[in-house]
Design a protein around this ligand. Structure first.
Ligand SMILES: N[C@@H](CCC(=O)N[C@@H](CS)C(=O)NCC(=O)O)C(=O)O
Length: 255
């Protein structure tokens, strides 16, 4: 085990210099859906506020996320991790939705992607948490059992596929307005037709993977408002940058 550096218990002598010496906000990511959520918000904040940050792209197939220096930043040993080196000691944030909430609170002063109003903010957090707790785990398990696992277990695939389709149905209800005022919405939170917010950013990167997860076009055709929402968000320049080459290649981690 490496001893903590004298400056802070957040960093060890093995922490890569590009993380330890980053001048401000630093994202450790890989371009998976959980990483992409935070990549999207950072890119959106750059367009509106000129936000600057640095990034380390890792390769989780090497298990770097289980190394001592990484566990100091996130004991759960998973990406993404956001480090705020403007704080002393540096502040680390694990869990992608908590990273979205931190960035919104700290950087989105004009509430372009978040809400000043307490009730609107509550609704936004409900949808952000809905996907984080009730969508992503099923989607992840469906990809694991349906695509990645060598042994294909029909019970597991059916269970997680059914749950994912049920959750897509909940999002469809929200966007179509079928269980509220009957009026369609463009985005998950916000008054009227809704406003693009961290609730959408936290949800979108996963749902883009519906085909990869084994959901058929026929199954997906039951969710026309969800499909429209996918396209609306995909057209945003910040989203295209966040999904693009900039985040594709792992960085060299020098000490
Ligand atoms: N609930 C966590 C999930 C993070 C997560 O599962 N990250 C995956 C990549 S999408 C990871 O780092 N996997 C590597 C591992 O499990 O060792 C979040 O939202 O940040």
């Amino acid at each position: 085990m490496s001893p903590p550096s004298p400056a802070s218990s957040v960093y060890t002598t093995d922490t890569p210099a590009r993380v330890r010496d980053a001048p401000g906000l630093h994202l450790i990511t890989q371009s998976t859906p959980n990483g992409q959520k935070v990549q999207i918000l950072l890119e959106e904040l750059a367009d509106v506020y000129g936000l600057q940050w640095t990034t380390t792209v890792v390769d989780i197939s090497t298990n770097v996320q289980k190394s001592e220096w990484f566990l100091r930043l996130n004991p759960n040993g998973r990406i993404p991790v956001l480090v705020d080196n403007t704080r002393s000691p540096p502040h680390c944030i694990m869990e992608s939705s908590a990273e979205l909430a931190y960035l919104a609170a700290k950087m989105d002063k004009k509430h372009i992607f978040s809400f000043d109003d307490a009730l609107e903010s509550s609704t936004c957090l409900q949808w952000l948490f809905f996907w984080h707790g009730s969508g992503a785990p099923y989607h992840g398990q469906l990809i694991h059992f349906g695509i990645l696992a060598k042994e294909k277990l029909p019970y597991a695939i059916t269970r997680f596929s059914n749950e994912l389709l049920r959750v897509f149905g909940v999002l469809e209800m929200r966007l179509s307005g079928s269980q509220s005022d009957g009026k369609a919405r463009d985005y998950l939170a916000g008054p009227g037709k809704g406003t693009y917010s961290i609730a959408d950013m936290g949800t979108w990167p996963w749902i883009t993977l519906w085909q990869f997860a084994g959901i058929t076009s026929e199954q997906m055709s039951a969710f026309p408002h969800l499909l429209g929402w996918l396209e609306r968000i995909a057209a945003r320049p910040a989203v295209q940058r966040a999904m693009g080459d900039k985040y594709k290649k792992a960085d060299t981690l020098k000490l």
